[in-house]
Design a protein around this ligand. Sequence first.
Ligand code: PLP
Length: 392
Amino acid sequence: MAGAESPATPDPFADKGFATRAIHAGQPHDPTSGAVVTPIVLSSTFAQEAVGVHRGFEYSRSGNPTRQALERCVASLEGARHGLAFASGLAALDVVCRDLAPGDRVLLSNDAYGGTYRLLARIYGPLGVEVVVADLSDLTAVEAALSRPTTMVVLETPTNPVLRILDIEAISALAHRSGATVVVDNTFATPYLQQPLALGADVVMHSSTKYLGGHSDVVGGFLATSDDARAERLAYLQNAAGAVPGPFDCYLVLRGVKTLAARMEQHCRNAAAVADLLVGHPAVGEVFYPGLPSHPGHAVATRQMRGFGGMVSFTMREGEAAAVAAVARTGIFTLAESLGAVESLIEHPGRMTHASVAGSALEVNPALIRLSVGIEDVADLLADLHMALAPR
Ligand SMILES: *Cc1c(COP(=O)(O)O)cnc(C)c1O
């Protein structure tokens, strides 16, 4: 299990800063050519000198050099001993869920990513797994939900789409008391802004499709953990179930990760300016951004995050029709699902990303608009929103 074994040689960048590790960790110069950039190794199979004598790679589902570079790099960024890359974020989450058995109980945030809810409730639910949805930003509700034996707690913070902040440290402590494994979806924050393992989580999950890749050109997923036995089991499942990313996809994520620190700084700056514009805009009702002192999770976010991220949501005072009209009017913000890339996106969660949770506990306000604020010039972004929100 190439992914699960501890790096054979200690990473010389292990004690370096985040941006340095993003560019160098797990990515030594290619020993055969001196290539500075990690080669994309397309080979599905690897020559063996004798039966079982090889350089750590046999078959690319089990392990691939480009994937290994990505796995070591992102593991380093999460402060994890082990990293595993997957074909998508949901493929990564699915592997975490594979050992759930009938009678097991999973606690999920009431505004979890729709696909996370769907995987648990519609795929694992019918197999006998009890999926409990609660407001995990309310620690009293967390404690109540955990009063019955619970196998796993799956949380994201900031949440999607209303950017609630969950206290990873407090929830992990409560979950561990009732024997639950804590899985944190760190897609929105990225390891640059938030380090869930250091706060007590057991497994970190990513949709690397978003900020890790950062350029809307690859779908991928990731798991990180520092628990050796758990890593070995997850690597077994990665190989046995087979939802691995191709080498080219791994290269794209690795390339994206190199600029993660610089991009996140700019995402945070631009999103803060956008939130400031929206607060007090006459067409806007509520603004959801954890960087706003008025946000109920602001204090926890300040404690557990380095910055407040690039996602901003808000409601239109005049309701759903006004929201649907506004998202179609922007010129720089593109009307599209997904998030976390260099270009700014705008969407209507009720009819787009969260349409699949309509009628469930995760249903969203129909007047809500979600922005993924990109790293364009902030003046252009602000002018675009001004225009889209202007009365007509
Ligand atoms: C996109 C996303 C996922 C799912 O990831 P895919 O790569 O699309 O499978 C899970 N969680 C969050 C928070 C996401 O934004």
